[in-house]
Design a protein around this ligand. Structure first.
Ligand SMILES: NC(=O)C1=CN([C@@H]2O[C@H](COP(=O)(O)OP(=O)(O)OC[C@H]3O[C@@H](n4cnc5c(N)ncnc54)[C@H](O)[C@@H]3O)[C@@H](O)[C@H]2O)[C@@H](O)CC1
Ligand SMILES: [K+]
Length: 488
């Protein structure tokens, strides 16, 4: 089944742009873009009187000139600052500059002009960005980011790669972004969400048949999708149908990680959850969560009586990389059960890479880098490509965590989670995700579906929990909203 909203690569949007321009006229589309931006600007900043529009050399700049002309006609005072004073490259953008017709200021005056503005409009670069912004363009970006007034970005915050969500050079930080024609991947993962601010899509009047010809390259998962995977339970359900999750980890001093994993498995609906851990954690785990079972595992890592009853293994939270952790890791991998691999289990996998059977990996960018033998920056430079590479190399479903988590698996269209918040940047949050994936696998979801649904539940539950504040959000706060969302 196909779940989520399609997201498009830049090349598909450019192709559609060209076809649509031939039909509607490039200037016509640019006018629609400017109009859409103007309506949004007015709604968001109704009392703004003075605008500063920064225009680049391409059609994104063209959108900016037309918005400037529109705002002037509506009584605003408008300054236009240009990246370079030469005529724009395309005919449509030249016509847009002629339509503005007023004075333009050179880039070195940007700071002065921005200081007067109630709102800045970023029309420097859109999807035509071809390389890192540097030189005068980077100076302009620095000026707009330092200006202190809110920024409205047209189509894409300049400097953000609309495909990858990376910023190879300087990039504008907007408060609001109006994206044109089709939703793009890079605005929703990596640096995209932070730089776009609120995101608003305007289709520029192209009908769905016209837009539907473009081929998507990823899907965006939203909280409203949860019900596609999780239906109400049959009235005659019994606990044996909902899976037995065995959580493996919790070396000396790190029993808490395993406890969070265990609780998340139960709150996401597992029929049973057990812990295989160090002896000293057993009484605390049972006291904390009397519904769970906990067994001490000695140095040899013998899991055999526990494995017999388990349907799925959650391997890694608090596991450590000592002899005890290594022994447990080896036994768990040899068990042939559906697996969720996290934390130190990922680091052990990185030491001796192998293709897994029926597994979900949940790396953060640092763990992903170790698994691929590169550095974290290389992962973040193209998160979708990194997730696909991990999925192929380890023959697994993968959740690459971070802003706009990416889910990939061999042969599946990748997904991006359209939920989550910076309150999730706290120790233990990943242990919850591991438990949720395992809980859903126990309830019958296959690896990729469980990965998608779990990543979405986790982020959406954290958003509900963050209503009381992002700073100070704790993994334990996410458990109650998790239960609510797991019953759509
Ligand atoms: N039919 C269309 O094509 C439409 C396009 N629209 C707007 O046009 C944008 C795309 O326009 P373009 O394809 O002209 O691209 P852009 O306006 O994004 O920028 C392309 C220009 O910037 C230069 N450039 C790229 N990277 C650079 C860098 N790092 N440093 C310096 N210069 C660099 C390129 O050589 C080119 O001249 C969209 O994002 C959207 O805002 C909208 O008006 C809607 C309709
Ligand atoms: K822009």
């Amino acid at each position: 089944m196909t779940i989520g909203q399609p997201l498009y690569p830049r090349a598909a949007v450019q192709q559609l742009d060209r076809a649509a321009s031939a039909r509607h006229g490039a200037t016509g589309l640019m006018q629609r873009a400017a109009h859409a931006a103007w309506i949004l600007l007015r709604r968001r900043w109704p009392s703004a009187r003075r605008l500063c529009v920064l225009c680049g050399p391409g059609n994104n700049g063209g959108d900016g000139y037309l918005l400037a002309a529109l705002a002037r006609a509506q009584g605003c005072e408008v300054d236009v600052v240009v990246l370079d004073e030469e005529a724009p490259r395309s005919e449509a953008a030249r016509a847009a500059r002629a339509e503005w017709g007023g004075a333009v200021s050179p880039a070195q005056d940007a700071a002065d002009r921005l200081a007067q503005a109630d709102v800045a409009i970023d029309a420097l670069f859109g999807i035509g960005l071809a390389r890192a912004l540097d030189g005068v363009a980077a100076d302009l970006v620095a000026a707009v980011n330092a200006a202190g007034c809110p920024v409205l970005a047209l189509d894409v915050p300049s400097g953000l790669d609309a495909d990858t969500g990376a910023t190879p050079g300087a990039a504008v930080r907007a408060e609001l972004t109006v994206e044109f024609i089709l939703p793009k991947r890079g605005l929703r993962t990596g640096r995209g969400p932070a730089l776009c601010g609120a995101l608003h899509l305007d289709g520029l009047g192209l009908d769905s048949a016209e837009r539907g010809r473009a081929a998507s390259a990823a899907r965006l998962l939203l909280p409203s999708d949860i019900g596609r995977w999780l239906q109400p339970r049959p009235r005659d359900a019994h606990k044996g149908q909902n899976g037995h999750v065995l959580c493996i980890g919790g070396d000396h001093g790190t029993g808490g990680a395993l406890a969070l994993c265990l609780r998340a498995a139960l709150r996401s609906g597992a029929g049973y959850a057990s812990a295989a851990t160090r002896a000293e954690h057993v009484p605390a785990l049972i006291a904390l969560q009397p519904e769970a079972m906990a067994r001490a595992v000695g140095e040899g890592g013998d899991l055999s009586p526990l494995l017999e009853r388990a349907d799925v293994l959650a391997l890694g939270p608090g596991l450590g990389k000592g002899d005890w952790g290594r022994a447990l890791y080896a036994r768990a991998l040899a068990a042939g059960l559906p697996l969720v691999v996290d934390a130190d289990a990922l680091n052990l996998l990185a030491e001796a890479p192998q293709a897994l059977r029926d597994a979900v990996l949940t790396p953060h960018p640092g763990e992903a880098a170790r698994l691929l033998g590169c550095d974290t920056a290389a992962i973040q430079a193209d998160r979708l490509a990194a997730a696909a590479e991990l999925a192929a190399r380890y023959a697994s479903a993968v959740i690459l965590k971070g802003s706009g988590s990416v889910i990939a698996a061999p042969g599946r269209e990748p997904c991006i989670v359209g939920a989550g918040n910076p309150g999730m940047a706290v120790g233990g949050m990943g242990d919850l995700l591991t438990g949720i994936v395992a809980g859903l696998r126990g309830q019958g979801l296959e690896a990729f579906d469980a990965a998608c649904c779990a990543a979405l539940l986790h982020a959406a539950a954290a958003d509900l929990a963050a209503a009381a504040g992002e700073r100070g959000l704790l993994p334990g706060d996410v458990l109650d909203p998790l239960r609510r969302l797991a019953n759509p």
